[in-house]
Ligand binder design. Sequence first.
Ligand code: NAD
Length: 256
Amino acid sequence: MEIRGASAIVTGGASGIGAATARRLAKRGAKVVVADLNADAGQQLAQEIDGVFVPVDVTDTAQIEAAVNAAIELAPLKALVNSAGIGSAQRTIGRDGEFASAHNIDVYKKVIAINLIGTFDAVRLAATAMSRNDPGEDKDRGAIVNLASVAAFDGQIGQAAYSSSKGGVVGMTLPVARDLSAAGIRLNTIAPGLIDTPIYGSGPESDAFKAKLGESVLFPKRLGVPDELASMVEELLTNSYMNAEVVRVDGGIRMP
Ligand code: NAD
């Protein structure tokens, strides 16, 4: 699928995997809408890539609509990348047996609202706009990539909210791809392993956590870098024969 001259929305585009993706899509000739909560970083990136920043909280349907409208104003919307996301809470909760209090229900609902429902809502609204596109020579009206996680298949202590949300993103892949195929829109999901981004926070504790997890990568024994994910996003968007797939990009990690 050709994205040169089309518009593309990247939710969570101000940081990490989303920012690397926004840079790649811009380099490939798309007009990129960076849709993120973080206005400072989002605006800076939009300026760098000659794109547009739209302040978006993905839990707010009207704000997603604003991003879709901004994209359509630039050019036909042909790509959506859902990279907005947050982690769970502490990584040690649950060890003391206080499961209910450790898994605060408000935190659980928040993670589901952003990572799962926000992703679905953006798919819903962007796909509606894409379905109005003229099909190109390859018959693609548009393509969507959602960011899940290997946590969808794994079960680390304290990660119930995150794993549930990412399991939902994996779970929607086939049924939504089936729904959208009728309109000539493809949807694929990436399940990243451990990618070195601000999602892990900063400081000695997070450095130690990342170093330990790097050891569980089969090869290479390191965290991934955002562009290693962005290149897969680009492939899934532009390869017209990729549909309804969940692709792990994780160095063969097996979580401890
Ligand atoms: P990141 O923290 O670097 O970037 C996430 C971006 O999402 C930030 O810019 C943040 O402002 C934005 N965001 C958060 N909540 C939002 C909301 N409600 N509305 C709009 N924007 C919001 O994280 P990342 O590591 O680049 O993660 C990108 C995606 O990949 C996430 O969905 C994450 O769960 C997933 N993922 C990351 C890793 C990893 O190891 N980094 C692993 C597996 C999956």
